[in-house]
Design a protein around this ligand. Structure first.
Ligand SMILES: [Zn+2]
Length: 307
């Protein structure tokens, strides 16, 4: 089966070669924020560990299917009990890890939200990591590796999932999964800071979509691409309410840039330009109340931003 991870090509290639050469590490740490595909990737690795078909994981056999639905006897997902993974849960895991596999050639444990292991739990886990039972694979999922003890971290092979913005293949996949066009998928990814999960989930969210358009328009403004800005606005020429929302989102995006600038972070604009655009957009916003022609408003916006 194909690697289900979207984007993150380097990790995909590295893992594919590990799987092909039967060199899957016994402890893997996948870090990244919610929505980047940690669980999907962990499940894929679990299948690869347990599936015995050629081109493992085949994604079609009983083993793969049981892992998919979470009921393979040699596959377990440990989740926080309340807000933490407690030491007793890890002690149970240690006992389980040393049992002979029931159906497969090994066992796989996914530790979801591994960063919620308290220190006692992490130290208990460390013991099993130091002398891992044969054929057992641990896959830890964490928001950030830094939330784990250095001793635990250093015994894992870490994969850091990144947000996805510009990879063609990734945009196509998001488009297919969210049921939107290529350019809409691009907008969704921009609006969600490249978070695939959020992009797909918010395919129906107008606000996320419009804020993506605003960010896109600002990037065109940075390139002084007046025509590009007009093209972005064109689909809304008959929708006055949406034009008002886009202007609102543009101002929020500008406000963010102004804040960035104040924090001395990198921005594509000078402070003067940002303040100029912000106040001009406020003027345009006010003009909207007098029912002006929308194409005229679009020209004003493009002229101001691409000035
Ligand atoms: Zn299989």
């Amino acid at each position: 089966m194909q690697m289900p991870l979207i984007g993150n090509l380097r990790i995909c290639n590295m893992l594919s070669s590990m799987i092909k050469n039967h060199r899957i590490p016994h402890a893997i740490l996948i870090e990244g924020e919610e929505g980047l595909g940690k669980k999907t990737l962990a499940q894929f690795i679990a299948k690869a560990c347990l599936c015995t078909n050629e081109n493992s994981p085949c994604g079609e056999c009983k083993t793969c299917h049981l892992v998919e639905v979470g009921s393979h006897p040699d596959f377990q997902i440990i989740q926080p009990d309340g807000s933490q993974i407690k030491v007793d849960q890890i002690r149970n895991l240690r006992v389980e890890a040393f049992l002979t596999p029931m159906a497969a050639r090994g066992r796989v444990f996914i530790i979801s939200d591994a960063h919620t292991m308290n220190e006692a739990a992490q130290n208990a886990f460390l013991k099993v990591l130091e002398e891992p039972p044969k054929g057992v694979t641990f896959i830890l999922l964490a928001k950030s590796a830094r939330l784990l003890l250095e001793t635990v971290r250093s015994r894992c092979v870490t994969f850091t999932l990144s947000p996805v913005f510009f990879e063609d293949d990734a945009i196509n996949k998001v488009a297919a999964l969210a049921g939107v066009t290529y350019s809409e998928a691009q907008t969704l990814l921009i609006a969600t800071d490249g978070n695939i999960g959020r992009a797909i989930n918010s395919a129906n969210s107008e606000t996320v979509f419009l804020s993506g358009i605003a960010v896109k328009i600002l990037s065109l403004a940075a390139a002084k691409d007046r025509l590009g800005i007009l093209r972005c606005l064109q689909p809304y020429v008959k929708d006055r309410a949406k034009v008002a929302e886009i202007i609102f989102e543009l101002k929020s995006a500008l406000a963010k840039e102004i804040k960035k600038k104040a924090m001395k972070e990198l921005s594509s604009f000078t402070a003067e330009k940002l303040n100029f655009c912000y106040s001009e957009l406020t003027n345009i916003q006010n003009k909207l109340e007098f029912n002006p022609s929308i194409p005229l408003i679009f020209c004003c916006i493009a002229a101001v931003l691409a000035a």
